[in-house]
Write a protein of this length. Structure first.
Length: 348
């Protein structure tokens, strides 16, 4: 692997206490190109602009997928990743769906390891502080043929972050627009999945909501995801979430929540969830909690949800299940507790 370091870090000029999520980037980036049917030698270089021709395939046909990960630093300044093999496997599943060649595991993990060691000073200790890691790959061949590219570029960039959401999270059940359809690319972290959500989300924000809950494209009767999060409902003593399918992202935090909840003795049901049963549960007060899960938020409690011009508030709960699950996961991530699952991955 080729490594070129910056002459001087820009870190002294960055206010790490006042960060806007995903806008400040570390000194270095990882890059690897796919040319002539093979991935070339990877490089780590100073973070910089990249130049492509206007005809570059990704601009026209959208062959692009990405991942979201975080690196954490414990009180001994040791750096950890959380279940990175899941991210590696998922970016390749996403790539396969968009006809992008598989990225080698050795390149991925060696690149992550070296990049995080070089930019380790950008990672702050303390709960809530982390380094967001964004691997992504896109079609980089010049040409407007409506066919898969023959060249690709794989990049990893990093940015220091604090908590993703601040304040209350209120969501609106979406009945008109759809995130994904059967047989589509909803399960993949394809760039276009996220572009398609911006407009309906903006309409919800005009009504005072921060996010939307997607419903199934066929009937709009089943709840699926909440914005960029998987979603959970606690009805009485049961924790319920929708099953993954080709419309729903197989969230890594989602899987962690399910495992920990089961180990806490919580009755977890993974099954289709109807809009009507959640409305009924809210009205009869059996809906105790609603929360989202994801890399950026870990676990994010939802204060209220809207449906057909009516708003339903969730009860205020001390020592909520959402808080317990978040504490369990973050304790593993920051090396504050034992890791019975082997989810913590050291950077060495």
């Amino acid at each position: 692997m080729k490594i070129e370091k910056v002459l001087a870090s820009k870190l002294p000029n960055v206010d790490l206490e006042n960060l806007s999520f995903g806008t400040v980037f570390t000194d270095h980036m990882f890059i690897c190109k796919y040319i002539s049917d093979s991935w070339q030698e990877p490089e780590i270089m100073p973070y910089q602009s990249i130049s492509f021709e206007p005809s570059t395939s990704v601009f026209h046909y959208g062959q692009a997928v990405f991942e979201g990960m975080k690196a954490y630093k414990d009180n001994q300044n040791k750096i950890w990743l959380f279940r990175p093999l899941e991210n590696y496997n998922r970016i390749n599943r996403s790539s396969e769906r968009l006809q992008i060649p598989k990225f080698p595991e050795e390149f991925f993990f060696n690149g992550l390891n070296e990049l995080l060691k070089i930019d380790s000073d950008w990672i702050q200790t303390g709960i809530g502080n982390s380094l967001y890691v964004r691997p992504f790959v896109f079609a980089s061949q010049a040409g407007v043929q409506a066919s898969p590219s023959v060249e690709y570029t794989f990049i990893i960039i990093c940015c220091p972050v604090k908590s993703y959401y601040g304040g209350e999270v209120n969501i609106l059940i979406e009945e008109n627009f759809s995130r994904a359809a059967d047989g589509g690319v909803g399960f993949a972290k394809a760039a276009g999945n996220y572009a398609a959500q911006f407009y309906p989300t903006s309409l919800a924000q005009q009504k005072g909501y921060q996010q939307i809950i997607w419903t199934d494209a066929k009937s709009h009767k089943f709840l699926e995801e909440a914005g960029t999060m998987n979603i959970f409902f606690k009805i009485n003593d049961k924790l319920i979430t929708a099953p993954t399918n080709d419309r729903i992202l197989d969230g890594i935090t989602r899987k962690s929540v399910i495992q920990i909840a089961k180990d806490l003795g919580i009755d977890v049901e993974v099954r289709p969830v109807t809009v009507s049963e959640i409305i009924d549960a809210a009205e009869n007060k059996s809906l105790k909690e609603m929360f989202g899960s994801g890399t950026a938020v870990v676990v994010s409690p939802i204060k209220s949800f809207g449906y057909r011009n009516k708003n339903f508030k969730l009860p205020e709960i001390n020592n909520s299940l959402a808080d317990t699950l978040k504490e369990k996961i973050t304790s593993i991530q920051y090396n504050l507790s034992t890791d019975p699952y082997g989810w913590r991955h050291p950077i060495v």
